[in-house]
Design a protein around this ligand. Structure first.
Ligand SMILES: [Zn+2]
Length: 252
């Protein structure tokens, strides 16, 4: 199976061509891609070609999926897997894009066992083994430290890659104990920072749950890497091992 998939991908890459003018236009808005070396950019483009071929993107609520929308989402989704490979996103195909925030029904069971249903407005959502849902308006709001595409795909990497509810499992070759401890301690420190009422550089939403902390810190890792490396050096080091990338070392 793996061999056949590889063969298909190689064949596809030989015949497919990325629209270079469109790539330049789309990535001009994604400043965190600027520091990539030529060979990294080449591998990112290959991943994007395969991502667009293997995943199915749908516009919802009348959103017209232009080539620009598709390419922008694919480029951002593929950055975290640049050195991990597309198989990390194996087992699901759907990416659904809404024009803006979308409403979802949520259910919560309180301590007395009563089920409460309520509606929530979301900028993005990821399902284990299922689709990624994004608000295009929020994708467009991406800035240093905030990136809804990387956030949701970090959840996918966590959900579909094993590990507990809180954090993804360490990668082969990593010190699993150090990985878990570093994340736990960083999460506790961050929650204490938020509780103290001091403004935090990282989105306080990261204090909601360890899994959210991992996703938000992944956004910062790729889009505000120098600051993360400076303020959270241990965490940065572990994320660099996990993603097999050193964005702060890229400059640019
Ligand atoms: Zn999240």
């Amino acid at each position: 199976m793996g061999f056949l998939r590889e063969w298909r991908r190689r064949r596809r890459l030989r015949s497919a061509r990325l629209d270079e003018a469109l790539w330049a236009r789309v990535t001009a808005k994604l400043s965190f891609l600027r520091g990539l070396s030529e060979s990294d950019t080449g591998r990112l483009k290959d991943l994007v070609v395969l991502f667009l071929a293997e995943k199915e993107m749908h516009g919802a609520h009348g959103l017209q999926l232009t080539d620009e929308v598709r390419l922008s989402i694919a480029a951002q989704a593929c950055l975290p897997i640049l050195n991990l490979g597309l198989d990390v996103y194996q087992g699901w195909v759907g990416v659904i894009v809404y024009p803006g925030e979308f409403r979802v029904q949520k259910e919560e069971v309180d301590e007395s066992g009563v089920v409460h249903t309520f509606e929530e407005e979301l900028a993005g959502e990821a399902w284990p083994g299922g689709p990624v849902i994004l608000s295009w308006e929020d994708v467009g709001l991406s800035e240093r430290g905030y990136n809804v595409v990387i956030h949701e795909f970090a959840h996918k990497i966590h959900m579909d890659g094993g590990g507990g509810e809180d954090f993804p499992a360490a990668r082969k070759g990593m010190d699993a104990e150090k990985w878990r401890k570093t994340l736990e301690e960083a999460y506790e420190r961050f929650c204490a920072d938020v509780d103290s009422g001091e403004p935090t550089f990282i989105d306080p939403y990261a204090a909601e749950h360890p899994a959210e902390f991992f996703a938000v810190m992944s956004e910062a890792f790729f889009t505000e890497s120098a600051v993360l490396a400076r303020d959270w050096p241990q965490l940065y080091g572990e994320l660099a091992l996990f993603y097999k990338q050193d964005p702060a070392g890229r400059g640019g």
